[in-house]
Design a protein around this ligand. Structure first.
Ligand SMILES: [Zn+2]
Ligand SMILES: [Zn+2]
Length: 411
């Protein structure tokens, strides 16, 4: 305490409020406020001055903050009012402070040292936050606030930065005509042109729009963004238990949605196109998990056989693919937009579900990222080994559906 007093005495001739005096030693001890620290230090300084026959430390208008802390109740009132514009359970306050005030504070640090000090912004954030809590009964949340209220202390102006709303679910895609995500028209980049009939889109709808367009008005949000655990080709169905996704709604006014009711509405409006299940609240962490996941996938493939082969031979060949590795060079059909690489992929199993001479139905499970069509037709030898070569007759995939996305983290 002796060292703190010695340092505090260096500012005894500067006009400071108790907040700004106490804040110079904010890191000394806990369980008190800068205001209390300032009051205690002022008393000690005044004692010291009295022992030297001097009057008390002078204070009329703080030379650092110009009595900014007197305005905390006014700032808090403005924040509480502004927060009524959105639904939130918690919030965080941020402040913009006049750079001149910050420069004056740094001037003090050069006199007493910076090691115990706290910047004025963080005290203002905390004090306004406490005052807002007292007004609206909501909690200050530091890690993941639903709303950040940014106060410009020069004008008591408040802006809100509303965190997005995240909803997790699984979807089934029942149409071979629609993509997973909204796809802007290639000709006009979304502005609208004759080619897209002024829709700005390549496709009339998508999984994303079937889900997001229902949720958006209920959340009174600005935009939706779709994060799928991988994606299927446009002409593939997504069946079975569906594919995990998280949909993100930006700047929502409403955060508490009746998800079971919305699930019914999405399914009603999406009849024959898209179905969802298991909607529940999610967060940004889960977006990361969903996007980085490498789930095994289960497929059903309708395959055309362009030649003669019997069922026994097919069964025999399929067995050789159980738990094997194949090497795939980037397929010809995507080579224009992906780097030409060789990847090793794991085939878990391939089973014959139906055989009719010139056609067959296969069910297969493969590692994430396997090109199934290329595994079947061989892609001019770019996939090795491949089904066509092993059978000795060319085979092509007529229809490919995803029937399972094995999200191991779901158990
Ligand atoms: Zn002050
Ligand atoms: Zn267009």
């Amino acid at each position: 305490m002796k060292e703190v007093l010695d340092r505090a005495l260096r500012v005894q001739d500067i006009d400071l409020c108790d907040h700004c005096l106490g804040r110079l030693f904010a890191q000394v001890g806990t369980g008190t406020t800068n205001l209390n620290r300032g009051q205690e230090l002022r008393a000690l300084i005044d004692q010291d001055r009295a022992s030297r026959g001097l009057g008390p430390m002078r204070h009329t208008r703080c030379s650092v903050c110009a009595e900014l802390f007197d305005q905390v109740p006014r700032f808090a009132g403005a924040v509480a009012l502004k927060l009524q514009e959105v639904e939130c359970d918690n919030f965080l306050v941020g402040t913009r402070v006049d750079p001149i005030v910050q420069a004056r504070e740094e001037g003090l640090w050069s006199i007493v040292g910076q090691e115990h000090a706290e910047p004025i912004k963080s005290e203002l954030n905390r004090e306004i936050g406490k005052a807002v809590s007292a007004l609206n009964g909501k909690e200050v949340e530091f890690k993941n606030p639903q709303v950040v209220a940014l106060v410009d202390t020069r004008f008591a102006h408040v802006e809100l930065d509303v965190a997005p709303l995240f909803i997790y679910g699984r979807y089934r895609k029942l149409s071979r005509e629609i993509p997973q995500t909204k796809w802007p028209c290639r000709a006009c980049q979304g502005k609208g042109c004759p080619r897209c009939a002024n829709t700005g889109k390549m496709y009339a709808t998508s999984v994303q729009e079937q889900i997001g367009d229902v949720l958006l008005p209920y959340a009174k949000a600005k935009e939706h963004f779709f994060h799928g655990m991988g994606r299927e080709d446009i002409d593939a169905l997504m069946l079975g238990t569906g594919r995990p996704f998280v949909i993100e709604l930006s700047s929502p006014v409403i955060r508490h949605l009746d998800l079971p009711a919305l699930e019914r509405e999405i399914n009603e409006r999406g009849k024959g196109l898209v179905e969802v299940e298991g909607l529940r609240p999610s967060d940004r962490e889960e977006v990361r998990r969903v996007k980085n996941a490498t789930p095994e996938k289960e497929y059903r493939a309708q395959v055309a056989i362009h030649g003669k082969v019997n069922k026994e031979r097919v069964d025999e060949v399929l067995r050789t693919f159980n738990r094997t590795r194949i090497v795939q060079r980037t397929p010809v059909r995507v080579a224009h937009r992906r780097a030409d690489l060789e990847r090793e992929r794991h085939i878990v199993y391939v089973v014959l579900e139906d055989f009719q001479g010139d056609r067959m139905t296969l069910r297969l499970r493969t590692e994430s990222g396997t090109y199934v069509k290329e595994f079947v037709h061989g892609d001019q030898g770019r996939t090795q080994p491949n089904l066509s070569e092993m059978l000795g007759v060319p085979c092509t995939v007529e229809a490919l559906d995803v029937i399972g996305v094995i999200d191991s983290s779901e158990g």
